[in-house]
Design a protein around this ligand. Structure first.
Ligand SMILES: C[S@@+](CC[C@H](N)C(=O)[O-])C[C@H]1O[C@@H](n2cnc3c(N)ncnc32)[C@H](O)[C@@H]1O
Length: 216
């Protein structure tokens, strides 16, 4: 290998121990998020809806359906500890465009620290009009990690209708699910639906559904 026999300099050593430290801190932060999530699941299993935060591959799959060029806020429902939020930033959405609606006050505190320019709203995503009372600009996308199957079909459909009313026409409502079927019922639907390939690099594997109103 090229450079294999080159002696290590103190600078190399410093870089290597720096990298080790960063990796260790990242692992600890990840573990801390998993512990927070588990606690939330024990406290409110139906609300939390998952035992682990979403992995990076799933978060990226959700974010890829957001077009950062479309103006307006990007609204996230159930951001938890923020893996999807992070992917939205990496997708090119400015932090000050993010509106995060989260029910769990501990997660809200964490989100405010992690994303100080985002607007964190502690509230119920199913009461969307109330949660978004101060936001008049139509959104570019709504990205949801809510555990939808814990709610009756009518309530899920009402959420989608309210979400469409808060977005530019044609913009996506993005939802992940571990289930094999669409969380929004597809029979007699008035919206378009698209599903991603399964994201195997997630525990458990998941898919992303995208719903939008037709443009005409
Ligand atoms: C499956 S977790 C997803 C968390 C995170 N987005 C992720 O992908 O790891 C669902 C999140 O939705 C939140 N949640 C559940 N019901 C909610 C509601 N009605 N309004 C707002 N947030 C809610 C939970 O507190 C939890 O943080």
């Amino acid at each position: 290998m090229p450079g294999q026999n080159r002696p290590f300099t103190p600078l190399h050593e410093m870089r290597r121990s720096g990298q080790r430290l960063v990796r260790k801190l990242a692992d600890e932060a990840q573990l801390a998020d998993e512990a927070r999530f588990l606690k939330s699941w024990f406290d409110r299993p139906l609300m939390t809806g998952a035992v682990y935060p979403s992995g990076k591959a799933l978060a990226r799959m959700m974010a890829r359906y957001v077009d950062p060029e479309v103006p307006g806020p990007v609204i996230e429902l159930g951001p938890g500890t923020g893996p999807v939020t992070e992917a939205l930033l990496q997708r090119g959405v400015d932090e000050d465009r993010l509106v995060l609606i989260e029910f769990n006050p501990d997660f809200c505190r964490l989100l405010r620290k992690r994303f100080p320019k985002a607007r964190v709203i502690e509230g119920d995503a199913y009461a969307l009009d109330r949660a978004l009372a101060d936001i008049s600009e139509p959104a570019a996308a709504i990205v949801s990690s809510l555990p939808l199957f814990t709610r009756p079909e009518a309530q899920r459909m009402a959420l989608l209708d309210h979400a469409f009313a808060h977005m530019h026409r044609g913009c996506p409502f993005i939802q992940f699910t571990y289930a094999t079927v669409s969380p929004m019922p597809l029979k007699s639907r008035t919206f378009e639906a698209h599903v991603s390939p399964r994201v195997w690099l997630n525990l458990p594997p998941a898919r992303v559904w995208v719903y939008n109103q037709p443009l005409d």
